[in-house]
Design a protein around this ligand. Structure first.
Ligand code: ATP
Length: 251
């Protein structure tokens, strides 16, 4: 589904060059829920930005569903961002003036460019189904300001799914939430994986939530230094994450 090989990305500032991703390779299979963990500044957001080509990278290959995205035109990229990839952000990024149904429809409206009545009706139906799936049936006509943080994040999850993407990129989706709301978000991810077979790539600092994923990639010194596989025991996976970070500190 998503395969990255030998990705290199650096930032130039003045005369200095900061090499953030040196030789990063990873693979996400269809329907797989994976987490990326790494210390602050290790390049997690940079990686997500390279995957959707919001920023360019120097070398390496990013292959999404068999297509080298490095070769995409601006038009291909716009289509990919609207149809193949769903986005979830730490601070939800909902539009205050739109109710939940309208917020959920936003990527669909963008991808279809022109909104006809029949098109909007079918979009609206899909938005309602998604909001229902994530426990927001009673709130559909509400506005973001009337919701809790956890409810807002569930709207953004519904929005990320409106165009039936192949993969969801989630940047610290539980970062602003209390533990009950964060658990609901992770529950939603496991439901998406099970019911829709959509892949999820989540950046997180929290090993408790990472331990719900199938695999945890540890990002260190610009590359994936360790791949931890969930063998069905979340406690064991959390212990392995602690150990990976301890080894990182020692080195
Ligand atoms: N546009 C930019 N120009 C210059 N340096 C940048 C730019 N964006 C990020 N960096 C630097 O690249 C490094 C990686 O940043 P990035 O945001 O990808 O890390 P991160 O792992 O997501 O961090 P955090 O966990 O704190 O969010 C950091 O040292 C950051 O300061």
């Amino acid at each position: 589904m998503l395969e990255i090989s030998n990705l290199k990305k650096s930032y130039k500032s003045g005369n200095s060059n900061l090499q953030v991703l040196r030789n990063l390779s990873l693979k996400v299979e269809e329907g797989e829920f994976v987490s990326i963990m790494g210390s602050s500044g290790s390049g997690k957001s940079t990686l997500l930005n390279c995957i959707c080509r919001y920023i360019d990278y120097e070398s390496g290959l990013i292959n999404l569903k068999g297509n080298d995205i490095g070769k995409f035109t601006e038009e291909d990229l716009a289509t990919m961002r609207n149809t193949n990839i769903g986005f979830i952000f730490q601070d939800y990024m909902l539009l205050d003036g739109l109710n939940l149904i309208e917020n959920t429809c936003v990527p669909s409206i963008i991808s279809k460019m022109k909104k006809t009545n029949t098109m909007y009706e079918s979009m609206e139906e899909k938005a309602k189904n998604l909001l229902n799936l994530f426990g927001l049936a009673e709130k559909m006509d509400s506005f973001p300001a009337e919701l809790s943080g956890g409810q807002r994040q569930r709207v953004s999850i519904a929005r990320s799914l409106i165009n039936s993407p192949d993969i969801i990129l989630a940047d610290e989706p539980t970062g602003n939430l209390d533990s009950k709301s964060a658990n609901e978000v992770i529950d939603s991810f496991t439901r998406i994986k099970k019911d829709l077979n959509t892949s999820i790539l989540m950046v997180t600092h929290d090993m408790y939530y990472a331990s719900y994923s199938d695999k945890v990639f540890i990002l260190n010194k610009g590359e994936i230094s360790k791949v931890l596989v969930n063998k069905g025991n979340r406690k064991e996976l959390q212990d392995e994450i602690v150990e990976a970070f301890a080894n990182m500190d020692r080195s």
